[in-house]
Design a protein around this ligand. Structure first.
Ligand code: MSP
Length: 514
């Protein structure tokens, strides 16, 4: 069985989760569910990144120890995921003993191979990024991310011979055109590798300055640099070096936003190479959610609370909006008006209305039973073709992380079905006693609605279940519908006749603008 292992970034515990973190985790959940429906053996990992200066400073502000503080914030992240319909299989914390042991084993391996050395180093340190910047990387003397002045620090430290692996990395990325997607990020990494700004990576912090970290196994006066520690979570959580899960799931895929492209596209593959592990299978990179034209973040004070949004609109509608509104890879703006607008237009009007009108007609005309399929007319065949075509597009676009386009394609069918109701006018067929045509039209509608509901399962798992139940096709809780997506997209069979349907449906009652 094909395996599909995917990870989110592990989030810093210096602040509570906001919409940006929710988006990455929801998209990952959506991808896992899609691969489950393709019949793959999936594993979904997320977690929290708990070492480093940032956490120490945040804990101090609260008058707590770093561990107390990390426990509390990590718990908030863990509690959030089920609220958003996210079903991760594992949750890793970098303060877990098992993780610490793996980081030390990894460091020792690279050290023994001669790729870690001790040296003097001076650099511009940004506390926000937890990293040193070279002169060339600063913008007008400021950190390009935080636009704050970094501190110049000079000290003796351990270095990973990253520069040794850069020519290999360039070659590897060239040979594997799908390793980093969308393509613009691959191009960005290649140009980074060509620009020669990359040097060896400082991977330690002296304990005189920072103790909240993992001890270097070969020098207890130092702790490991937080990024070197954090990236290793992707293999510590699947039991490297000896665990069966490592053989079963590695190489996996990662999903991150563009802010952390460099550690994932440069540090991590060279680290893997140096430790003798295969490179990950894919890096999926998305853009930023903006609010009031700036990247949404706690520090800018424009962060949106995902809990509040999912309470107001329901987790399914919130997930739908995030996937539909952001073109994966590009930035998107978040506003409640846009969310309300899409809710009412796409979910209440298009989808909700289709279910409501078709199920109430089925109640009236067929006593809430799916009619026999019968002979299809040219109009029926046309709508069936349209539907299958859009489902095939959906699979292809989804596999390419083009979620917004995939949903747009599915919604074309939803809208076509509403038009088909208008043009076929089942009420007139009923009135004229044209039962055979009436049955064919109603069957086509119900069968297409079932397919729509099935394909929506990755994005809206709870609503999809409700829709399938209303169509007399119950799905087990917490399990994917047992169907083959590929078959569903090529054949119009799948809906049995005579099954009991719900007499009414009110899936997405309109929301009023606040
Ligand atoms: N701890 C590191 C990651 C280590 S991974 C080995 C980190 N943590 S973070 O808490 O700052 O999370 C960054 C990630 O959160 C981004 O890469 C992205 O996945 C998500 N987002 C945070 N703000 C975001 C937006 N405004 N928009 C979209 N995603 C954002 O970096």
């Amino acid at each position: 069985m094909k395996s599909f292992f995917i990870t989110t970034p592990i989030y810093y515990v210096n602040a509570k989760p906001h919409l940006g973190h929710a988006y990455s985790t929801i998209v990952t959940d959506v991808m896992v569910r899609f691969h489950k429906m393709l019949g793959e053996d999936t594993l979904f990992l997320t977690g929290t990144d708990e070492h480093g200066d940032k956490i120490v400073q945040a804990a101090e502000k609260q008058g707590q120890t770093p561990k107390e503080f990390a426990d509390a914030v990590s718990a908030r992240f863990q509690a959030l995921w089920p609220v958003l319909g996210v079903a991760n299989d594992r949750f890793v914390r970098t303060t877990d003993e098992a993780h610490k042991r793996v980081v030390q084993a990894f460091l020792q391996k690279v050290y023994d191979a001669g790729d870690i050395y001790f040296g003097e180093f001076g650099g511009h340190y940004c506390y926000g990024c937890e990293r040193f910047y070279t002169d060339k990387e600063l913008k007008n003397g400021l950190c390009p991310q935080h636009r704050s002045k970094p501190e110049f620090i000079s000290e003796k430290n351990y270095f990973f011979r990253m520069s040794k692996y850069l020519p290999w990395l360039r070659e590897y990325i060239t040979q594997h055109p799908d390793l980093i997607r969308p393509q613009r990020y691959r191009a960005e990494v290649l140009s980074m590798l060509e620009s020669d700004v990359l040097e060896d990576l400082c991977i330690s912090r002296p304990k005189t300055r920072l103790t909240w970290g993992i001890d270097l196994p070969f020098d207890h006066n130092y702790v490991c640099y937080v990024w070197f520690d954090a990236l290793i979570n992707y293999v510590s959580a699947i039991g490297w070096p000896a665990g069966a899960d490592f053989d079963r799931y590695w190489p996996g895929e990662h999903l991150v936003a563009k802010d952390i492209l460099k550690p994932h596209a440069v540090f991590w593959p060279t680290m893997l190479r140096a430790a003798g592990l295969p490179v990950y299978g894919r890096l999926n990179v998305h853009g930023y959610w903006l609010a009031r034209d700036a990247k949404m973040s706690k520090s800018l004070g424009n962060a949106v609370d995902p809990v509040e949004m999912s309470q107001r609109f329901g987790p399914d509608a919130f997930r739908y909006f995030l996937l539909r509104e952001m073109h994966f890879g590009s930035d998107a703006s978040f506003s409640e008006e846009a969310l309300t607008g899409r809710f009412n237009a796409d979910l209440a009007n298009d989808l909700g209305n289709l279910f409501s009108r078709v199920l109430s007609m089925a109640a009236k005309y067929f006593g809430s039973r799916t009619p026999q399929r019968g002979r299809l007319s040219a109009d029926d065949e046309a709508v069936v073709e349209h539907c299958l075509h859009s489902l095939q597009n959906f699979i292809q676009l989804f596999g390419n992380v083009q979620f917004a386009h995939a949903l747009e394609s599915l919604w074309e069918t939803v809208r076509a079905l509403n038009k088909y109701v208008d043009s076929q006018a089942p009420w007139a067929l009923y009135k004229h006693g044209n039962t055979e045509r009436l049955a064919a039209v109603m069957y086509v509608l119900l069968a297409a609605m079932r397919k729509t509901a099935l394909f929506l399962w990755p994005i809206m798992p709870a609503a999809s279940r409700r829709m399938l139940e209303q169509l007399g096709c119950p799905v087990e809780k917490n399990a994917p519908p047992v169907v083959s997506l590929k078959e569903e997209a090529t054949s119009f069979d799948g809906l049995a006749s005579g099954t009991a349907l719900a007499a009414a449906s009110n899936l997405f009652p309109r929301v009023e603008k606040m």
